[in-house]
Design a binder for this molecule. Sequence first.
Ligand SMILES: [Ca+2]
Ligand SMILES: [Ca+2]
Length: 158
Amino acid sequence: MTLAVLFGIFFLLSDVSSECQLGWQHYEKTCYWFSTTTLSWHSAASSCRSHGAELASVLTAAENAYLRYFAAAFGHSYWIGGDDEVVEGSWTWAGTDAPIDYNDWGPGEPGGARNENCLAIYHPINYHWVDADCKYPSFRYICEKPYPESGPGHGIGK
Ligand SMILES: [Ca+2]
Ligand SMILES: [Ca+2]
């Protein structure tokens, strides 16, 4: 796929007249922000919260496909909001503590037991999911917040 085609798709998918803040992307009822710097998972979560957002929770195959598409277009691995820090093997979404239902684990993942408790979309395995060391400082991250028109009751944390 050529760069021109990639950017064409980018602008088709991105509603440039949306009410998401500048730099955030609108998809369905959510605004997403892809970081351009890297942090540990907890620092990434704090960064999202400082913007009134949470690390992205990926609830459907369509949402996953959207985020994977942009992760691949940007060519980086990204933290998203899942962890199993509280109870090993019990994966939940940050912000809501809802159990992870839909998933896109890569082959053999999650396989890190107590050493890997945080969820990332991982570049080396075609942007499927892995568990990784939460302290790993070299992944970018994806924040999400409700689209302004979605109103109360539709967003994360509700
Ligand atoms: Ca684990
Ligand atoms: Ca792993």
